[in-house]
Design a protein. Sequence first.
Length: 270
Amino acid sequence: MIMQRTNDARNFLVVEGDGDVAIFDRYVAPDRFTVIPANGKKRACDALALAFADNFEGVYSILDRDWLELIPGEMRDPRIVHTDRYDLDVCVFYLPGVYISVASSFCVRGGFRVDASGCSETAIRNLCIAMAFPVGVLRYISERDGLQLRMRDFPLHLVVNENDLTVDTDCLVSTTLNRSKVATIEFQSLKDTLLEEMTGISDTARYCSGHDIARAFSILAKQRWSTTISVDNVERAARTAVSWEKFRKLSVYLDSARWFGGNTALVWIE
């Protein structure tokens, strides 16, 4: 960032990765901001901590909420805005019409029709969240309790029953432990902890990551509409479907304007 400041007088908008850039770069005010991907949450926070400590002016950030409010330790600063859900891709998932657009783009030949049974936005959301939720809770438990479970790029298709698209809890726990060579918990203990934790959660969507949601949709498309679509293509298509009108429904649109007294025109195109 310091090197860029020598030839670019604009503010820096630090984000976590290329997926964030794919959305924000289209709508940020180009004469006032340049978007910088940090390639990960930790690298973003490390860079921001250095910039803030050195009183480096013109640095702002939009980061994923992750476990903010649920697990202590998340970096706080008025120059940082967090997504209102776990990550940006989950926020996109909840925008009206986005995943209907994805389904219409890929699954029509497989039988998808907007007015058909099981094809509504509500039906798609409920099924995807139901599949992603248990994985998200395991990710949360691992982070909270320091269990060192390997949850990154979790193979959701291995633990979902093809007939009813429900997650097999035993298979989920055993698959997780088989992937996690340094895990510090046994099967039954992890299963009991998972079931107990899930029982006490009402806002299931809060625990879902965008990547798991995209995997869930990929599974749904294959099982219900005979369509093979990669997780990467699901995510890319969803981000592409975020129009300017839809973007303004995201909480980060208004929240980031607090940097400049609530004036959205100083952050975004208007």
